[in-house]
Design a protein around this ligand. Sequence first.
Ligand SMILES: Nc1ncnc2c1ncn2[C@@H]1O[C@H](COP(=O)(O)OP(=O)(O)OP(=O)(O)O)[C@@H](O)[C@H]1O
Ligand SMILES: [Mg+2]
Length: 340
Amino acid sequence: MITTTGLTKVYRSAHGRGREITALDGVDLHVREGEVFGVVGQSGAGKSSLIRCVNLLERPTSGTVTVAGQDLTALAGRGRRAGKDLRRARSSIGMVFQHFNLLSSRTVEDNVELPLEILGVPARERSRRALELLDLVGLADKAKAYPAQLSGGQKQRVGIARALAGDPKVLLSDEATSALDPETTRSILQLLRDLNRQLGLTVLLITHEMEVVKTICDSAALMRKGRIVESGTVSELLATPGSELARELFPVGGDASGPGRTVVDVTFQGEAATRPVISQLSRTYNIDISILGAAMDTVGGRQIGRMRIELPGAYEENVVPVGFLREQGLQIEIVKEGAQ
Ligand SMILES: Nc1ncnc2c1ncn2[C@@H]1O[C@H](COP(=O)(O)OP(=O)(O)OP(=O)(O)O)[C@@H](O)[C@H]1O
Ligand SMILES: [Mg+2]
């Protein structure tokens, strides 16, 4: 649904005398139709630049952006006539902002109608559509209110309704919840999830909060210095040994209780999460297993967990039990091999 290839953005600062900042450095992104895809990364990693290049708010320095089968970069490159095509293509991309970007002089309904006005939709149709959208986001009774009369969460609901006005296939969100408290964040994330399910909307969201990824994302990518350094479905990431995203999604702590022990991180997914594997391991090999740390959670309706366990003896003595865990379909990562 969204594909970028070799996407590069170099900013040239006006007063820095030719100083260049490479905000995106060859980004290949692939977001599948109907999924919620989260991009995380530290401040300055290039997340906003990526999302702004995806809807051509920012002109990429090189590379291509394809949304719903349409090459936006090609449209943007072709003179004035293409500008119109680009505007039309953009209307199938909704955008939600961190600070809502509502017009304070307009009522809630008129804010939602704004993109429809730009598209030249007749007044009655606009009004019908706006009320329908406000109903969808749970604000049917606020149509005549002004933004100043709304809470942050309500403002963001208006922002989302406005983003949906052009009936987009894709919704882009840049830190839509980072100005909101945790409770309101949860309700906005739930709304985005519902819209994704009900409307089959593909959502690309930027966040710096792992909690957001955990709550609603099917897939995620980690950005660093303008590059995507990890990406995949949440299950794939959790199954990837050494994945930084997996570690941050499911942090497990705990140090070995002494020398000569093997420390192993075990990731449980799906069916394996409900089987008593650890007690089987203990019984089968007659070993005492200590649990050093654990994290359990539900991601996309699936139970997923990580556990850090300690086995007596060095790794060489534990090859068979570790093999047993792998045979059970668990992902295993050796954290510490223990001295012989
Ligand atoms: N318009 C601009 N002109 C010059 N440099 C810019 C511009 N926009 C962004 N940058 C630079 O590009 C780099 C990436 O910025 P970007 O805003 O994409 O990061 P981000 O990951 O969204 O960060 P944050 O989490 O703080 O929002 C930074 O070094 C930033 O200073
Ligand atoms: Mg940003």
